[in-house]
Ligand binder design. Structure first.
Ligand SMILES: NC(=O)c1ccc[n+]([C@@H]2O[C@H](COP(=O)([O-])OP(=O)(O)OC[C@H]3O[C@@H](n4cnc5c(N)ncnc54)[C@H](O)[C@@H]3O)[C@@H](O)[C@H]2O)c1
Length: 420
């Protein structure tokens, strides 16, 4: 298949060599995906299939797209967020025979158009991140759902949307909940988000974290990572939660827990990571310290109420790349990073390659599972089979050269019995 930029909607094909270097760098640090790629090249599990991939389009996701292509598929990629697309990376994919529909900073109309173009590609299966492909198919292109074998969902927010469709009985094809596999959320959400959020905040602001007060809004898997790494950087960490169990966990992990209205008075940095809307609103902006820095790491830019910020601000100006300053009538200023979109992807490179290696190994294997086992699956949300989770963990240990013990037959019998 020979493609040109004309078949795709990208910024500039000439950026391809730079994007290829980025992809080569991550590929050298993704041994799990390399081994799956070797297997796919032999087995060609996606031969004759078209796959649309909707993810944050940076080097690691690009490498996943190439692995799926190596499995025999025709592949199209589209962004899951208009601010996380790296134009050089998408150009490199298009140069390598993949269809691309994305550019950095796409308007909402352009973003929607790109999603629809990626569906005009008539995929047999898909990988989604946050649910925009699946919800567009079900809301606007229902007829096309009949032609889709199934797909995989990358993140917590997308799985919430899928489960609500499943509950309503409106989901038309099987979807694998990749986020909910152990080898995804325990490492990607926790260590990946923990490291990449602070990398993005530090490179964007060039300010110190040690000695500052950090407010982490939401103590789920991502929030745990963000709080843990803030502590490691020397910050005093406050957690806000709505779930009493998570709040107890945060206290026992050594963090202060309080309502948002109290945390709003003392924070220097705020990181929302809940998947929920309106976590920080006008009532909180009213009491914030001068100079507070706000950012979001949840999937959508709804966690910090940007409309409230705009309404309260006497003036707004861009003071650095990805930093907007909002000045209130009383002279206080607060700063919003990356327009409230997930800061680690919109103002950084996302999670480290080694972490995404595990996530995308699961994505590749779960996609193969849904394509090969379609006849056995119903239109439901499925957990990634345990043996695939175990396989990824074992492969990870193998690439580190770490061995673990095996259960003896007697130990297995003991664990399975109740009488001994
Ligand atoms: N930035 C990234 O790279 C990245 C990576 C993975 C997931 N995500 C996204 O981050 C978000 C969180 O994911 P997760 O896996 O941690 O989810 P999770 O379900 O494990 O945790 C979310 C937590 O937020 C809490 N919460 C909900 N509303 C709240 C509120 N108003 N105030 C305080 N706490 C509240 C919940 O009780 C829960 O403990 C999702 O949108 C997910 O899609 C982002």
């Amino acid at each position: 298949m020979s493609l040109t930029a004309n078949d795709s909607q990208i910024r500039d094909l000439k950026l391809a060599p730079q994007g290829k270097l980025k992809i080569d760098w991550v590929a050298a640090h993704m041994p799990l995906l390399n081994s799956i790629k070797d297997q796919f090249e032999k087995d060609k599990p996606f031969k004759g299939k078209k796959i649309t991939i909707c993810l944050h389009l940076e080097a690691k996701t690009a490498y996943l797209a190439k692995v799926v292509q190596a499995g025999g598929a025709d592949v199209a990629v589209v962004a899951s967020n208009p601010l996380s697309t790296q134009d050089d990376v998408v150009a490199a994919l298009v140069d390598g025979g993949i269809y691309g529909y994305a550019w950095y900073g796409a308007s909402s109309d352009e973003y929607k158009k790109h999603i629809n173009l990626a569906l005009d590609f008539t995929p047999d299966a898909l990988i989604d991140d946050g649910g925009d492909l699946v919800s567009t198919l079900h809301a606007e292109r229902l007829e096309q759902t009949k032609t889709i074998l199934g797909g995989c969902e990358e993140t917590t927010t997308g799985i919430l949307r899928l489960r609500s469709m499943e509950k309503e009985g409106t989901l038309e094809f099987p979807m694998m909940a990749v986020n909910d596999a152990y080898c995804k959320y325990l490492f990607d959400n926790r260590y990946g988000t923990g490291q990449s959020v602070w990398d993005a905040i530090m490179r964007t602001t060039n300010l110190v974290v040690a000695g500052k007060t950090v407010v982490v809004v939401g103590y789920g898997w991502c929030g745990k990572g963000v709080a843990m790494r803030a502590k490691g950087l020397g910050a005093k960490v406050i957690v806000t939660e709505v779930d009493p169990i998570k709040a107890v966990e945060a206290v026992m992990d050594g963090f202060e827990v309080m309502p948002m209205i109290d945390a709003a008075r003392v924070g220097d940095y705020y990181v929302t990571v809940t998947g929920n809307k309106d976590c920080i609103t006008a009532e909180h902006f009213y009491v914030m310290k001068d100079g507070a820095i706000l950012c979001n790491a949840g999937h959508f830019d709804v966690e910090i109420n940007k409309q409230d910020l705009q309404n309260m601000a006497k003036s707004v100006r861009k003071v650095r790349n990805n930093v907007e300053e909002f000045t209130f009538a009383d002279g206080r200023k607060v700063y919003l990073l990356a327009e409230g979109r997930l800061v680690n992807l919109a103002a950084g490179d996302g999670h480290p390659a080694e972490v995404m290696d595990m996530t995308f190994a699961l994505q590749a294997l779960a996609l193969r599972h849904v394509v090969e086992k379609r006849a056995e699956l119903e239109p439901k949300v499925y957990a990634v089979p345990d043996h695939l989770d175990q396989y990824v963990a074992r492969l990870r240990l193998k690439t580190w050269g770490i061995q673990v013990d095996e259960l003896t037959e007697e130990q297995k019998r003991y664990l399975d019995s109740w009488a001994e």
